[in-house]
Design a protein around this ligand. Structure first.
Ligand code: ADP
Ligand code: MG
Length: 738
């Protein structure tokens, strides 16, 4: 027998809540309440295994209160450490810690792997699971889809949570990564006392299996090996609450009530256990999920450590007293601890070891790390199948249980009928018919006893009711009182003829539409207690055939779904390709204004150069040519400015470049008009009139004429260039309008 290890951890004081009345003083392994001037208050001094003050680190708490349990777990002892205390007293800080000071869970995981490294003569298999109890429902933190899990108990595994995901792990980082992913699924909420208050109890579990290393691998599963299996529970409880203090309402209030209820049950269990073995009586483990799961750790086969966290502020004095009283009671509990060694040929470790060896051989030559990863994945797959199988077994067991209960109620009904027969007999039959009735009663009693002994005997066998024809009549009338149970042969006969009925019973599949009038069958496995022995076995055979058919259909449906799934994946890939192509195009379109803007800048430069060249040929500032040039320059610059504004708008807004049609159209119109008027004036200035010719003849010498004509022909060439540029500009305007 071994006492539970109990420690108290005082959270550092919150500066804003410093008191001037009383304070908690920590001296070695004692904590006591003192008045402000130092006098201890009598009756409020408590001693524990360890008491840690506000300066104590998680490393120290681990060293003092958990390390031993973790090491013992590696050696095959069950172990549990949990943090208990009011909201905001530091439970989560103790269990999970912070970046700079990792908590107990982190340290325990690291320690387990460090410890197994040192044990060279044993080989280990470690599995982890992480669950929370939220509003009295168990949820799997590793698999969000696993909700409302049920607790079961059997001889092999003791108390366990069915369907909980377990991951096989082989190093610390892997576990911490899993925990981080699980933390995301945890229920937190804000209350007046803690901005991130845990609204659920969480249980992180490590299942440690180990066996002595052997060198010769044996394929013989019947060889029994001693395997140690231990469970290490690290529990972060939700805080005990006073509703008034936390200011909870609505959802928070509902959570608070569940939390308080389960903590109250935990307190009751601790109280009962601390009464000592003789006075213990009934321990109410089953009154809450928390105590049910922790049952082996409380007064069972586990080394247990309770870390009671307290908030030292005066305002929390009542809660602190409550926590210390809880801790004092817990100190008296004794557990009976022993190494869990099992001898089983079905041990997971052995089977998996053989699988691993097979894989190693097959994958020889591959990279070691990849190999390890593949092996680990396969291990996990195997484990998941195991869990799945277990879940199905559990469901089957439930099914059988309800079946048995059903049989029992039928048996009770039969007994009632027998009693009624007795009453009828005793109320005056003639001797002959009375005898007959007696025999009916006897046969009924015999039959009931038969069926009852079957119920209580082989629990796994489906009970068989050996009914006499007379009894059948009696029982059928009792079924008629339960019209929901169908189809019965007589009910059926109203809908389908005898031939159809026989064909159905022989496994023939009929058109379901022809049976649409048949009353719905609400109970899947209705006992065939109204059948004769021959009929009964025939019915079983048909039931099996029917189930086989259903299985076949389900398999086909599953295959179909898998096919559809594969097609969907293919389609998704194609769509993803299309999307990436479109994204590339969109990127190009978005870049268009920038590129066009560059082109405009280049054109503008060229245009400027051309104009300056042209201006160098104009000698008279007031001549028609000069006027034409300035007008052309103005049109050109206006054109380029419009283009620049337009493209820069497209770039700045980061909107798809669509062009501003109305603005462009307007600009284009203005430019056309200006261009037309320029061309007209140019044509007019170049058309030789009689007056002009005479004037020229008079005024110019022959030499001057030659110079003027040569200038005019060069000017024509330049005008042509200018037109080309303007046409180019118009082309750009049109382009941008698209
Ligand atoms: P609980 O889980 O008991 O509701 P928490 O662990 O969330 O409380 O602690 C409440 C706050 O107090 C958190 O901000 C936590 O970081 C801080 N805290 C608790 N204990 C300590 C400690 N020993 N040292 C430093 N900070 C602490
Ligand atoms: Mg917490």
């Amino acid at each position: 027998m071994e006492n539970i290890c109990v420690g108290v951890r005082v959270r550092p004081t919150v500066p804003s809540e410093l008191s001037n009345g009383t304070y908690w003083k920590v001296e070695e392994n004692r904590i006591s309440l003192h008045k402000v001037h130092g006098t201890p208050i009598s009756g409020l001094s408590y001693a524990f295994d360890h008491v840690c003050d506000g300066s104590c680190t998680n490393a120290r708490v681990y060293e003092l209160l958990t390390k031993e349990i973790v090491h013992a777990a590696v050696e095959g002892f069950n172990g549990t450490a949990f943090a208990y205390g009011q909201t905001s007293s530091g439970k989560t800080f103790t269990m999970s810690g912070s970046e700079t000071d990792p908590g107990i869970i982190h340290r325990a995981v690291k320690d387990v792997f460090a410890k197994i490294q040192l044990i060279s003569d044993r080989e280990f298999l470690i599995r982890v699971s992480y669950m929370e109890i939220y509003n009295e429902e168990i949820n799997d933190l590793f698999a969000v889809e696993n909700k409302k899990l049920q607790i079961h108990e059997n001889l092999e595994r003791g108390v366990f949570v069915a369907g909980l995901r377990e991951e096989i792990v082989n190093n610390t980082e892997q576990v911490l990564k899993l925990i981080r992913s699980g933390e995301v699924n945890r229920h937190f909420g804000e209350t007046n006392m803690n901005v991130r208050s845990s609204r659920s109890h969480t249980i992180f579990r490590m299942m440690i299996e180990s066996k002595v290393k052997d060198t010769n691998f044996s394929r013989d599963y019947s060889t029994s090996d001693a395997i140690r299996v231990s469970v290490l529970n690290l529990v972060d409880l939700a805080g005990s609450e006073r509703i008034a203090k936390t200011g909870a309402s609505g959802v928070r209030l509902k959570e608070g009530k569940h939390i308080n209820k389960s903590l109250m049950v935990l307190g009751n269990v601790i109280n009962k256990l601390s009464d000592g073995a003789k006075q213990r009586g009934h321990i109410p483990y089953r009154n809450s999920k928390l105590t049910r799961i922790l049952q082996p750790a409380l007064g069972g086969n586990a080394k247990t450590s309770i870390i009671c966290t307290i908030a030292p502020e005066e305002v929390h004095i009542e809660e602190t007293k409550g926590t210390l009283q809880f801790a004092s009671r817990a100190k008296c509990i004794t557990n009976c601890v022993q190494v869990n060694e099992i001898l089983t040929d079905a041990a997971l470790l052995k089977r998996q070891k053989l699988e691993i060896e097979d894989l190693r051989k097959k994958l020889q030559g591959s990279h070691a790390e990849v190999l390890e990863q593949v092996i680990l994945t396969l291990w996990n797959d195997l484990l998941k199948h195991e869990l799945e199988r277990e879940k199905l077994q559990m469901e089957l067991e439930d099914e059988r249980k309800s079946h048995r209960e059903h049989d029992k109620s039928i048996w009770e009904q039969q007994m009632k009928i027998v009693d009624l027969c007795d009453i009828v007999t005793s109320s005056g039959f003639d001797a002959k018919s009375g005898q007959g009735q007696d025999s009916v009663t006897q046969s009924l009693k015999q039959e009931c006893n038969d069926s009852n002994s079957m119920c209580h005997g082989d629990t796994c066998r489906t009970p068989c009711f050996k009914a006499s024809p007379k009894a059948f009549v009696v029982k059928r009338s009792s079924y008629l009182m339960l019209p929901d149970y169908s189809p019965l042969p007589d009910t059926f006969s109203n809908v389908v003829d005898e031939d159809t009925w026989l064909r159905i019973n022989k496994g023939h599949i009929v058109d379901l539409d022809s049976l649409q009038m048949t009353p719905a069958r609400k109970v899947q496995s209705f006992p065939s207690s109204d059948a004769t022995p021959a009929r009964s076995s025939e019915n079983y055979r048909q039931e099996v055939q029917h189930l086989k058919r259903q299985l076949l259909i389900a398999t086909e449906e599953r295959n179909e779904l898998e096919r559809e799934h594969a097609e969907q994946i293919l389609l998704n890939h194609r769509l993803m390709d299309d999307i990436s192509g479109l994204q590339k195009e969109a990127k190009l379109i978005l870049e268009m204004p920038k590129r066009l803007s560059k082109s405009v800048a280049n054109c503008k430069d060229i245009y400027g150069d051309v104009l300056s060249i042209m201006q160098s040929f104009v000698f008279d500032e007031k001549s028609t040519s000069a006027k034409l040039l300035s007008s052309t320059s103005e049109i050109g610059m206006c054109l380029f400015r419009t283009l620049e504004t337009h493209f820069s708008m497209g770039m700045d807004d980061h909107i798809p470049f669509t062009g501003n049609n109305s603005l462009i159209q307007e600009q284009r119109k203005v430019l056309y008009e200006k261009l037309n008027s320029t061309i007209t004036s140019l044509v007019l200035s170049q058309t030789p009139t009689a007056e002009n010719e005479q004037l020229e003849a008079k005024q110019c010498s022959c030499e001057n004429k030659v110079v003027a004509w040569s200038q005019l022909s060069r000017f024509h060439a330049l005008i042509m260039i200018l037109f080309s540029i303007m046409l180019l500009g118009l082309f750009y305007l049109n382009f941008s309008a698209f």
